[in-house]
Ligand binder design. Structure first.
Ligand code: IVH
Length: 689
C-alpha cells in the first residue's frame, strides 16, 4: 500500500493517520511483546514508528495521549490496572488421544483410591479468551482477564458494554461470586470486522481469537462496544457460599442467572461415553458459528473436584481433549540460528507465509541439529508443518520429490553467530551452546529479556527493544544495572525516541518492582531447567532468600546434606539440583546475585495460603489412612502450605498416624513431636480449606 507523503498531509488526514499508526503499532507491540509472534520485520516496524514521529514533528498539537512515541515497545494493554483473582484462574491439561484421556481419569481414580468411573460434563472448548466476572449482591462489579492466573487486567469498563455479559444476576444469587467463561467472536463477525478493517487500510486480525482479545483489551470501551463479542460461562471462581453440588447443576444456575451456556454441553454418566461425544462434536465443528479446538471434560461431582484439587496450574478433575493439529505445506526458505539465554543455538525455520487453521505462520521451531538431520531438512525444501493449539508450529518432514537441485545439508555453526565464541556440543547432549557466557551479547540480551518478563520482575515499559538499546549504549550491563537506571533518567530522556515522559515512566516501572516474592526472584535468575513451577517449589521449601542462598551454596558440594535435601524436594530431582549447583559454583553468578540483592528486596513467597495454620509446618504421614490416599493427603497438606517429608526429625511439626503405624510414630513420641490421629488431621484440613 502506498502511503501519502507526510509533507502534503492536511491536518485532518494527519489526525486520521496518527490514529491509525497508534492502533497498528500497538497491535504489533502486542504481537511482539506478549504473543512473541511478530508479523512484520523490525525494519517495517521501525518505519511505522518513524512515520508516526515525522507526522508528530509536523503537527505537534496532534500528538495523541496514546501515541507510540510516548511508549517504548510497551504492550497495548499497559493502560489497564491489574487486579488479583479471588481464586486462581488455571489452565487445563491436554489429551490428544483416547489413551491420554483414559490415563488422566485413571490417575484421578488412583488419587482418590476409587474404582468406579466418573460422571462427567462435556463442553466444547471455545477458542477465545477467558474472563472472570465478579458479582456482588447480584451486580457486576469487576471483569478481569486471566493474566498470569493470579493477577489479570481490569477490563470492567469494557465488559459493561458487551451485551453477552449480564450486568446483574437474576435472583436468587450468593452475596459474592466469581463467574468464569470464554469471550469469543463468531467467525462471521470476525470476517466482517476484518473486511471493515482492511477497507479502512488497517491490517485486521489473524484469527477470531485475536480479534476477540483485541476487542476486549481496548483502552477505549467505545471500540469494544462496536465489536460483537459472545460469552459462554463455564466455571466458578471464588464464591461466598456453595451454589451447587455438581457442575451440571452449576451450569443450570448460570443459565438461571442469565448467562449463555454452550448448548452442546452434555452430562455423561460414564467416561466411556466420551469418545462418541468427541467424534460427534468433531463432526459438527465446521458448522459451528464459532471456533472450538476440542472438548473439555469435567468431573461432575463438585465434592470430588474439591478433593482432587490442582497439580501446578492444572486441575486434576478436568482435561481438554483437543482435536488433531492442523497441517499445511510450505517452503522452508531459510534456517536461522538463534542464541538463547543459556547459550543454546536453536535453528529456526523461516517459512514462506502459509495459513494454518486461520493463523498466518512464517516461522517454526526446528528443535536441534539432530532433528534437522533426522528429517533431512534443507533450505529450499517443501515441508509439511503442523500447529497444535497455541504451540509454535513444528516441521513434520519434507517432501523428497519437491526438493530443488543444488541443496546442501544443514549444520549448526561451530562458532556463536552473535559473539564468535566457540559453540560446543558436549558428548551425549543434543544442544550446541555458545561458550561466551556473559560476554555474548545475545545471551546477555536474552537473560535480561527473561529477567524483566512477565513471570519474573515484570517491569512495565522495558521491552526487548529498549533493553537492547540500553545495553548497546552501556547503561545496562547486568540485571542490577536496571535498578540503577534512575541515576541516568536525564540521559535516557535525551535519547532519540524517548523524552522525559517515557524516561520517567520507565524509572517508575522499575521502582514498582524493587520488592518481589522469592519465587519470582528465583525464576528471574534464568537458571537452566528452573522454570516458574520449579522456582515456586524452591521458594516454598526455603521460604527466604537467605535460607535459599545459603542452602544452594552448600548444595554445590556433591553428597552434602543440602544437596541431598535439594534433590529430594518433590518435583526437583537430581538433574535440577545439578543445574542449581552449577549456577552457584560459578563466582560470576554469585557476584551477580549479590550485586542484585544490594538493589532489590526479596519478600518471602506469597504463594502459600499463609492464613492456614498448616502454612510453613512440616508434616509426616505414617500408617494406613482410611479416608484419603497418601497422594491426596500430601497434596492437601501442600495446598495448605505445609511441607510433607518422609522421616521424623526434630524439625517435624506434626505426625499424622494412621492404622498400624510403626517406628515413625514411636520416634515422634520420643522426640515430643505432636501426633494427630487421621480424624484430627481430617478436621484440621477441612477447617483450613
Ligand atoms: S474450564 C480450571 N471450560 O481453555 C478450569 N475452559 O486450556 C478452567 N476454555 O483457560 C477452565 N472453553 O480459556 C474451561 N468449556 C470450557 C472452556 C475452557 C474454553 C479455555 C479457557 C481456559 C483454557 C484452558
Amino acid at each position: 500500500m502506498s502511503e501519502p507523503d507526510i509533507d502534503t498531509l492536511t491536518e485532518d488526514e494527519a489526525k486520521a493517520e496518527l490514529a491509525r499508526l497508534a492502533r497498528v503499532i500497538a497491535h504489533h507491540d502486542r504481537l511482539y511483546n506478549q504473543e512473541d509472534a511478530p508479523e512484520i520485520t523490525d525494519a517495517e516496524y521501525d518505519a511505522l514508528r518513524a512515520r508516526n514521529a515525522a507526522i508528530e514533528a509536523r503537527f505537534p498539537a496532534l500528538r495523541r495521549a496514546d501515541s507510540p512515541s510516548l511508549r517504548v515497545g510497551a504492550p497495548a494493554a499497559q493502560g489497564f490496572a491489574k487486579r488479583a483473582h479471588g481464586a486462581p484462574m488455571l489452565s487445563l491439561a491436554n489429551a490428544f488421544s483416547a489413551e491420554e484421556f483414559s490415563r488422566f481419569f485413571d490417575t484421578a481414580r488412583r488419587f482418590l483410591g476409587r474404582d468406579a468411573p466418573f460422571s462427567l460434563v462435556a463442553e466444547p472448548k471455545i477458542d477465545g479468551l477467558s474472563l472472570s466476572l465478579t458479582y456482588e449482591a447480584g451486580a457486576l462489579v469487576a471483569a478481569t482477564t486471566r493474566g498470569d492466573g493470579a493477577v489479570g487486567e481490569d477490563v470492567t469498563d469494557n465488559a459493561r458494554v458487551i451485551d453477552a455479559v449480564p450486568q446483574s444476576l437474576r435472583p436468587p444469587f450468593p452475596a459474592r461470586i466469581e463467574i468464569r467463561g470464554e469471550i469469543f467472536m463468531a467467525k462471521a463477525d470476525f470476517l466482517a470486522l476484518n473486511d471493515a478493517e482492511t477497507a479502512a487500510g488497517r491490517r485486521g486480525f489473524a484469527n477470531p481469537r485475536n480479534a476477540a482479545a483485541g476487542s476486549l483489551r481496548q483502552l477505549d470501551p467505545r471500540v469494544t462496544a462496536g465489536r460483537r463479542l459472545g460469552l459462554f460461562a463455564y466455571a466458578l471462581g471464588d464464591v461466598s457460599q456453595p451454589v451447587a453440588d455438581s457442575h451440571w447443576q452449576y451450569l443450570q444456575r448460570l443459565r438461571d442467572w442469565g448467562f449463555s451456556v454452550n448448548p452442546y454441553s452434555e452430562r455423561l454418566t460414564d467416561e466411556a461415553e466420551a469418545a462418541a461425544f468427541q467424534a460427534g462434536i468433531a463432526e459438527r465443528r465446521g458448522g459451528l458459528a464459532y471456533d472450538i479446538d476440542g472438548v473439555v471434560y469435567k468431573i461432575d461431582d463438585l465434592a470430588l473436584q474439591r478433593r482432587l484439587g490442582f497439580a501446578g496450574r492444572e486441575p486434576r478433575w478436568a482435561i481438554a481433549w483437543k482435536f488433531p493439529a492442523e497441517q499445511a505445506m510450505t517452503v522452508l526458505r531459510q534456517i536461522d540460528v538463534q542464541v538463547g539465554r543459556t547459550g543454546a543455538l536453536t535453528p529456526v525455520a523461516i517459512l514462506a507465509p502459509v495459513n494454518v487453521g486461520g493463523v498466518l505462520v512464517t516461522r517454526a521451531t526446528l528443535h536441534n541439529e539432530d532433528e534437522i538431520a533426522r528429517l533431512d531438512l534443507r533450505e529450499g525444501d517443501t515441508v509439511r508443518i503442523e500447529r497444535a493449539g497455541d504451540v509454535i508450529p513444528r516441521v513434520l518432514g519434507m517432501i523428497p520429490d519437491l526438493r530443488p537441485p543444488g541443496t546442501a545439508p544443514f549444520h549448526l555453526p561451530d562458532h556463536c553467530p552473535a559473539c564468535g565464541s566457540a559453540a560446543m556440543r558436549p558428548p551425549n547432549e543434543v544442544v550446541r551452546r555458545c561458550t561466551g557466557g556473559l560476554i555474548c551479547p545475545a545471551q546477555r540480551q536474552e537473560r535480561l529479556v527473561h529477567f524483566v518478563s512477565r513471570g519474573a520482575f515484570d517491569i512495565d515499559g522495558l521491552g526487548e527493544r529498549s533493553l537492547a538499546e540500553l545495553q548497546a549504549c552501556g547503561l545496562i550491563k547486568s540485571p542490577a544495572d536496571i535498578f540503577r537506571l534512575h541515576a541516568h533518567e536525564a540521559d535516557i530522556a535525551a535519547r532519540e525516541g524517548w523524552g522525559t515522559v517515557s524516561a520517567r515512566n520507565l524509572v517508575h516501572g522499575i521502582e514498582a518492582r524493587r520488592t518481589l516474592p522469592l519465587a519470582r526472584f528465583i525464576y528471574a535468575l534464568g537458571i537452566r531447567r528452573v522454570g516458574a513451577n520449579t522456582a515456586k517449589l524452591l521458594a516454598r521449601h526455603y521460604r527466604t532468600i537467605d535460607a535459599w542462598r545459603a542452602a544452594m551454596r552448600e548444595a554445590t558440594i556433591i553428597g552434602s546434606d543440602a544437596r541431598l535435601a535439594l534433590g529430594n524436594i518433590l518435583g526437583i530431582g537430581p538433574a535440577i539440583a545439578t543445574e542449581l549447583a552449577d549456577f552457584f559454583i560459578e563466582p560470576r553468578n554469585i557476584a551477580l546475585l549479590d550485586d542484585l540483592l544490594r538493589e532489590v528486596r526479596v519478600s518471602p513467597d506469597d504463594f502459600v495460603a499463609s492464613a492456614s495454620r498448616l502454612a510453613g509446618k512440616t508434616l509426616v504421614f505414617t500408617g494406613t489412612l482410611t479416608h484419603m490416599t497418601r497422594p491426596e493427603a500430601k497434596a492437601r497438606a501442600e495446598a495448605l502450605g505445609a511441607r510433607v517429608t518422609e522421616s521424623v526429625t526434630g524439625k517435624t511439626d506434626f505426625v499424622v498416624v494412621g492404622a498400624d503405624a510403626g517406628s515413625k510414630a514411636r520416634r515422634a513420641a520420643e522426640l515430643g513431636v505432636a501426633i494427630l490421629s487421621e480424624e484430627a488431621w481430617l478436621d484440621l484440613a477441612r477447617n483450613e480449606a
